[in-house]
Design a protein around this ligand. Sequence first.
Ligand SMILES: N[C@@H](CCC(=O)N[C@@H](CSC=O)C(=O)NCC(=O)O)C(=O)O
Length: 280
Amino acid sequence: MTLETVSQTRSHAGTQGVYSHRSAETGTDMTFSVFVPDHAEGAKLPVLWYLSGLTCTHANVTEKGEYRRACAEHGVIFVAPDTSPRGEDVPDAADEYDFGQGAGFYVDATQEPWAKNYRMRSYIERELPQVIAANVPAADMDRQSIAGHSMGGHGALTIGLRNPDRFRSISAFSPIVAPSEVPWGEKALGRYLGSDRASWREYDAVALIEDGARHPHILVDQGTADNFLVEQLRTHRLAETCDTAGLDATIRLQPGYDHSYYFISTFMAEHVKWHAERLG
Ligand SMILES: N[C@@H](CCC(=O)N[C@@H](CSC=O)C(=O)NCC(=O)O)C(=O)O
């Protein structure tokens, strides 16, 4: 598979790259960023995936996430994919920031006209890892963890919970923990997957845990001044569900922080370190 280098920039004792490739899953060109810390020749470094939220591309966290110093210090490769397929030929929902392009919700859509291109689950779980393994020689694909923000926090939790043997740890900033129960999620899952709510459960972290999914290493940070907390994020649902299931997740409320990258960047280094400790 051919990878086009969009840019490579030296930063924090490493290389920040942006690349694009043709995706078989989405049927579109996809762009992602990868930060590779400097390393000895032949060395293998663990991989931390970061899934972004509504309206984002790879660029939001790459420019505002402030992960590079911590990744260089701990020797962690950081991969930031896009949040949906994009292009003039890709169905979109004009004027809806929370659906369509920029809002793939990390599902494989089953409904028309979304099913052909909106295959972000398979893209993140299968295709992009193969692209990374083939093109980033330092990437140790036996040591992976996953993180994300908001819609991407939902993606990290659900992908991590479905694949506990692949991802050694899961962390999330302000995740949508129960999309089946909130407006953003009901809209996206209803239109991408259809009205049968049973088919939504594998894309809902609370439902996955209720249905038996487990992971020993989960960290969530949530700002108390986040304007989406009450209606869309509902962190307490994850806390309650983990308690009931006997899951020892670390769920922290951070006083005064909002939903923005000012919040994410404040705690990013802690998340990178926490993952690095579990990645060995
Ligand atoms: N109405 C807003 C909502 C968009 C927004 O807040 N997006 C967040 C993620 S929300 C959940 O997934 C985000 O990360 N924005 C990008 C950023 O750089 O802050 C709007 O349309 O702006």
